[in-house]
Design a binder for this molecule. Structure first.
Ligand SMILES: Cc1ncc(COP(=O)(O)O)c(C=O)c1O
Length: 413
């Protein structure tokens, strides 16, 4: 028998588990307070209402809900999503511009599958969502990054880069952004910058993938409409998901974009999973139809705001002055920058030894930079765990900084 390795396709051979993902396995050890995962809090799952909707679907729609469905998704859910895009985001769209996927992750995979050839480029902000990188690399395409500041992707650098790419006939196949409460940085692009980004997309005739899992989780501040709301040229592909506003276990998300692109994605999806979980789509539709979703989102926002505040207060009390972090107005994450002398990957095993974990910031940089950064999730831990974990983490950071401050000559002997 040949070795399996020799049977693997070229693209499968390129799939490698990252060292950082291996490190994350350590965070599942008992007793560890983990700020690493991007998980919603199970206390935020509306158990009773989901129970009721499951019973409702079984009582009234079991024959269809337990059957295969259409690849584009359950029509009533698609229509409800069309309506929701108008109500919540001021986006006027139609059923042919709306498709259901198995999580937004599948949408990213399908987009990469239908848009990218080996050697193509996708442009995004650094740091960026880890799950994007795997879908692009699976197509043997490249990722190029523009740094972000506290208002998201730097538009001046984006403009320079696009100008260079256009001159060299290397424009990206698409630009990928998470404009609201970005994963991992928690940063939101303000209105004016969104306008500038959209104008650049039009000037260079580019497709923009706007991934928005956190937009409805705003705890404070003014709502900023998605870039899709100003899309007069049908060049923005908007990705929404029920993972963070209802429950990720449903694996139900939606893509709103050009019908021609959605048709290709539908063909690709037929080869992946035929259709998304039909039963889940019926349950999610009934939750929307019975007006259960938005009261629930209000409840999640209350819970997560409390947790964000607890984490910010604990950080203000315990973290060293040189540490910098943002105050996200929503979402799930706080992004921390430490002095350049601190390498958060080297520090990680020490944090785990002290029973606390985070995600090493480098994981979010396709070029491996960001060695002094980390992502902290505040949604999943209890308030006590947040206080305890931040205190432990602060001690580890202090020790790491003390070590770096030791004069060189101590090590000479
Ligand atoms: C930016 C971003 N996009 C996509 C996803 C995937 O979400 P889903 O559960 O809908 O697949 C996540 C999940 O955390 C995310 O943070």
């Amino acid at each position: 028998m040949q070795t399996l390795e020799s049977l693997f396709s070229r693209s499968a051979r390129m799939m490698k588990g990252s060292e950082i993902r291996e490190l994350l396995k350590l965070t599942q050890r008992q007793g560890i307070i983990s700020f690493a995962g991007g998980l919603p809090n199970p206390d935020a799952f509306p158990m009773d209402n989901i129970h009721k909707m499951v019973d409702h679907v079984m009582d009234r729609h079991a024959r269809e809900a337990l059957q295969y469905g259409t690849t584009e998704g359950h029509n009533k859910l698609r229509l409800a999503l069309v309506h929701g895009m108008q109500q919540n985001f001021d986006v006027t769209t139609g059923i042919h511009n709306m498709a259901v996927t198995t999580g937004s992750q599948e949408a990213l995979y399908l987009l990469s599958k239908v848009l990218l050839d080996p050697g193509d480029t996708v442009l995004t902000a650094a740091p960026t969502y880890i799950g994007l990188m795997s879908t692009i690399l699976a197509q043997q395409a490249n990722i190029e990054c523009i740094p972000l500041d506290d208002q998201g992707i730097r538009v001046d650098l984006l403009e320079d880069k696009l100008e260079w790419m256009a001159r060299n006939k290397k424009l990206p196949k698409f630009v990928y952004l998470v404009p609201t409460f970005q994963n991992p940085s928690g940063v939101t692009i303000p209105r004016e910058r969104r306008k500038e980004i959209y104008e650049l997309m039009c000037r260079y005739d580019l497709l923009l993938v706007e991934d928005d899992p956190y937009g409805l989780l705003r705890f404070e501040g003014d709502t900023v409409l998605p870039i899709k709301a100003r899309d007069t040229e049908d060049r923005v592909v908007y990705l929404g998901t029920f993972s963070k506003i209802l429950a990720p276990g449903f694996r139900i998300a939606w893509t709103c974009g050009p019908a021609e692109l959605l048709n290709k994605m539908t063909l690709a999806k037929q080869a992946v999973d035929l259709c998304s979980n039909t039963f889940g789509q019926y349950v999610v539709y009934e939750a929307i139809h019975h007006d259960l979703l938005f009261p629930h989102i209000t409840e999640i926002k209350r819970l997560y705001k409390e947790k964000r505040d607890a984490m910010l207060a604990a950080m203000a009390e315990h973290f060293p002055e040189v540490a910098q972090w943002n105050t996200p107005e929503g979402g799930l994450f706080i992004w921390v920058r430490l002095p350049h002398s601190v390498n958060t990957r080297d520090m990680f095993p020490k944090a785990v030894a002290n029973n606390v974990a985070y995600v090493v910031g480098q994981a979010f940089y396709p070029d491996g930079s960001g060695s002094n950064t980390m992502r902290l999730n505040f949604s999943h831990s209890s308030n006590e765990q947040i206080w305890d974990g931040i205190e432990r983490l602060a001690k580890v950071i202090d020790q790491e900084m003390d070590k770096k401050l030791e004069p060189e000559y101590i090590h000479v002997y």
